[in-house]
Design a binder for this molecule. Structure first.
Ligand code: ZN
Length: 281
């Protein structure tokens, strides 16, 4: 079986320190968490930015500072910046992290309901965002909350706006979107083109059950406080403790863990682009 890529969704837009005191919020805290999780076996880091008050922001300067500090403390890891919508609905701002030319950025290829909002990604926005990925040579992680989002990805590919191999992340169990079940996960995995890679991010208490399914199926795993604040035993999690939980499970199953460079091989990332983001920050 392919070595396991562990992705950490460190902060997200929704969790607060009141909900979990281990949440990294400032660029320094985020970078320190990255270094700790990288040491434990994580290779890919999904990054959101917060402002001085801890609120979600799309301010590029904050993204730059986070990237700078990560490169300083954990130079080998793969940085994936978020283009998610909760931090703001301005399309230009949402596309801006791609212009920093990180190795990867997230790309939700469709709309769905999420708690309290419609997570809106219109056809026109999807085309513009896909063009930005293509133009800047950034690999998208296709975030799939609903099955039709796979089809939208393939549509963009037909239009020449996305190029394979694709990496999908199935976000399952978000209230308002597709529930987390092994049946749904299997259906999604069987719906993506051959040669694609995939990971799963189960939301809340579904994080570890979905991670265990992916470990067994040969997929990859995303964990982190963005998606879930508690360990399976009910105690407050940290990003590190969630990574450690997955590493332990992978060991029990005999699944080897990918280093960042091995993750680059698996994802088809060009090693030459490893430090490219430094040119923009
Ligand atoms: Zn996110």
């Amino acid at each position: 079986m392919e070595k396991l890529i562990i992705t950490v969704a460190l902060t997200g837009n929704v969790p607060t320190r009141d909900l979990n005191s281990n949440l990294p919020v400032t660029p320094e805290e985020i970078a320190r968490d990255v270094a700790r999780c990288a040491e434990a076996g994580a290779s890919l880091f999904h990054v959101h930015a917060r402002d001085g008050q801890g609120r979600p922001t799309l301010d590029l300067e904050v993204f730059k500072e986070i990237a700078r500090r990560i490169k300083d403390l954990a130079p080998e890891v793969i940085i994936q910046l978020s283009t998610g919508g909760r931090a703001g609905s301005d399309h230009r701002q949402r596309m801006a992290p791609v212009l920093l030319r990180p190795e990867m950025a997230s790309f939700t290829t469709g709309s769905c309901n999420l708690p309290g909002i419609v997570y809106e990604n219109s056809p026109a926005f999807l085309k513009d965002l896909a063009r930005a990925f293509l133009e800047h040579g950034v690999k998208p992680e296709i975030e799939v909350f609903e099955p039709g989002m796979i089809n939208n990805c393939l549509f963009l590919h037909q239009k020449g706006l996305l190029s394979p191999p694709f990496h999908f992340d199935f976000v399952l169990g978000a209230p308002g979107a597709l529930p987390a079940s092994v049946k749904n996960l299997l259906f999604l995995v069987e719906s993506i083109p051959p040669g694609s890679t995939w990971s799963v991010a189960g939301i809340g208490s579904q994080e570890m059950p979905m991670a265990m399914a992916a470990l067994t199926m040969g997929g990859h795993v995303r964990v982190g406080l963005e998606d879930n604040l508690f360990l399976p035993d009910g105690t407050p999690a940290s990003n590190l403790s969630l990574v450690n939980w997955v590493v332990k499970a992978a060991r029990l199953l005999g699944r080897a863990i990918a280093t960042p460079d091995e993750a680059r091989e698996i994802l088809g990332l060009d090693h030459a682009n490893k430090d490219r983001i430094m040119e923009r920050i």
